[in-house]
Design a protein around this ligand. Structure first.
Ligand code: SAM
Length: 205
C-alpha cells in the first residue's frame, strides 16, 4: 500500500507500516526524529492530500487550538484581543483539520484529542486509549474513520496514574515531561504511542 502519514515527525506510524512492507511516507514541517529521512517529506502536507495514488492517509493535525481544555481563554469579554486572536487560530486549525476530510483517498483516519471537532465536524468513530495497546498511559484519543474498521485493542494494561501532593492526578508521560522546554514538551507528548502505530499497521495495512 502507498501510505501517507500526515503531520508526523516521530515516524512511528510510518516505520510500523514500512516494517510490514508498505510504501509509507511521513510528512511534517519539522525534520523527522525517527531516523529515516529517506521516508520523510519535510514540507506542507496540504498539496499531497490532493495527489492520486494514496491507498491510505493517517493524519495527526495539530490540536493546540482544538482541545476544550483551554476553552475559558476564548472569552472575549474577559480576555479581549488575546481571546480574539485565539479564536482566529482555532478557526485556522479547524480549516486545516477539514482539509483531511476532503483528501483524495478512500481510506482516511484522522486522529485528535477530545475537542471542538466532535461538534464542528461530527462525533468520532471511536475513542482509544494507549492503555488498550500496551502502554500504561491514559490519553483519550479520537479517531474519525473513512473506509476503515475500528481499531481493536491489542493489549489492555492498567494505566499508571501519578498522584500529586495537591491530589491532582497525571499520566506518567505528562509528569515526566513537565520540566522540558515548552516546544520539546509538546513535541514529545504528541508523538503517537508505538503500540497504537503497530495496531494501525497490523489492522489497516
Ligand atoms: C499533534 S502533532 C502530531 C505528532 C505525531 N503524532 C508524531 O508522532 O509525530 C502535529 C504535527 O503537525 C505538524 N504540522 C503542522 N502544520 C503542518 C503542515 N502544514 N504540514 C505538515 N505538518 C504540519 C507539526 O509540526 C506537528 O509535528
Amino acid at each position: 500500500m502507498r501510505v501517507l502519514v500526515a503531520c508526523e515527525e516521530s515516524q512511528r506510524v510510518c516505520i510500523a507500516f514500512r516494517n510490514k512492507g508498505h510504501e509509507a511516507y511521513s510528512c511534517d514541517i519539522l525534520p523527522c526524529s525517527g531516523g529515516h529521512p529517506e521516508w520523510h517529506m519535510q514540507e506542507d502536507v496540504l498539496p499531497h492530500l490532493y495527489e492520486d495514488g494514496w491507498d491510505l492517509i493517517i493524519a495527526h493535525p495539530p490540536c493546540t487550538y482544538l482541545t476544550v481544555a483551554a476553552n475559558k481563554y476564548y472569552n472575549v469579554k474577559k480576555y479581549g484581543t488575546k481571546a480574539e486572536d485565539r479564536g482566529i487560530e482555532r478557526l485556522k486549525a479547524m480549516n486545516f483539520f477539514f482539509e483531511f476530510t476532503h483528501a483524495h483517498c478512500d481510506k482516511i483516519a484522522i486522529e485528535n484529542p477530545i475537542g471542538v471537532m466532535s461538534s464542528a465536524y461530527r462525533k468520532p468513530d471511536q475513542i482509544i486509549q494507549p492503555y488498550q495497546f500496551g502502554h500504561r498511559e491514559r490519553k483519550a484519543t479520537c479517531l474519525w474513520l473513512k473506509g476503515l474498521p475500528k481499531l481493536q485493542p491489542t493489549n489492555i494494561v492498567e494505566p499508571d496514574i501519578i498522584k500529586h501532593k495537591s491530589g491532582r492526578t497525571d499520566s506518567r508521560l505528562h509528569f515526566e515531561t513537565l520540566k522540558l522546554p515548552k516546544e520539546e514538551r509538546s513535541r514529545i507528548r504528541s508523538q503517537t504511542f508505538e503500540g497504537i502505530a503497530q495496531a494501525m499497521a497490523d489492522q489497516w495495512g
